[in-house]
Design a protein around this ligand. Structure first.
Ligand SMILES: Nc1nc2c(ncn2[C@@H]2O[C@H](COP(=O)(O)OP(=O)(O)O)[C@@H](O)[C@H]2O)c(=O)[nH]1
Ligand SMILES: [Mg+2]
Length: 206
């Protein structure tokens, strides 16, 4: 896929105010600081599209970006930020889970996992929840440039093992680096394939 255009459409705090679900949509999510903003900017080759920052836990909005005028890239707030209050965490949970569970046009959840780390409980738990809800997801391992390919492969294998404790098979996964564009063609190619089969779902108009 060649990305010709990428534009910010809207930020939402309410599921009822999302754009009409008439285009295929892909939600990017992961722990704070996993490299989500960097990955999104790398995918669409636009540096400032999703804000990168050193301050985790800032974005608490559902951000819609329209790519090539035919699909939505959705930037979701990061999970697992230790320094937010319990009630805020619960709000996050409700809001994001409602979105993921109810969004008719959502094609796939792109779960970002830091390739430098051993499997994190919170990532596995989130994948399990997606599985329980019957939502399609893939794993995007980030920051692969930060260590050797061997180390990355070892962490991928461990994550796989963690998932296979509950799943019958490993979902598709991608090894990426925002730094040197690793995995860009693969992720965009995956999205392109799904877009080809997209049909506008039935939905309620408000
Ligand atoms: N070396 C390297 N650093 C990265 C990569 N992706 C993100 N980072 C760095 O990791 C930090 C967090 O990235 P950011 O995209 O803001 O993470 P977010 O909180 O998940 O949106 C920043 O300092 C980025 O520069 C990558 O692929 N390679
Ligand atoms: Mg970010």
């Amino acid at each position: 896929m060649i990305v010709k255009s990428a534009e910010f459409i809207c930020s939402n705090t309410q599921v009822s105010k999302l754009p009409a679900p008439v285009m295929p949509e892909y939600a990017f999510i992961g722990r704070s600081n996993v490299g989500k903003s960097s990955l999104i900017n790398m995918l669409v080759s636009k540096k400032g599209l999703a804000k990168t920052s050193q301050t985790p836990g800032k974005t608490q909005l559902i951000n819609h970006f329209l790519i090539n005028e035919n699909w939505y890239l959705v930037d979701l707030p990061g999970y697992g930020y230790a320094r937010i209050s319990k009630s805020k965490k619960e709000d996050w949970d409700k809001f994001i889970r409602a979105y993921l569970d109810k969004r008719e046009s959502l094609q796939c959840v792109m779960v970002l996992v830091d390739s430098r780390l051993e499997p994190q409980k919170i990532d596995l738990q989130f994948c399990n929840w997606l599985g329980e809800k019957g939502l399609s997801f893939v794993i995007i391992f980030t920051k692969a440039d930060k260590q050797s390919a061997i180390k990355t492969d070892q962490n991928v294998a461990k994550f796989k093992k963690g998932l296979l404790a509950t799943f019958e098979e490993m979902p598709p996964y991608f090894i990426t680096s925002a730094e040197n564009q690793t995995g860009r063609d693969e992720v965009l190619g995956f999205i392109d394939e799904i877009n080809k089969g997209f049909e506008i779902p039935e939905y309620k108009q408000f």
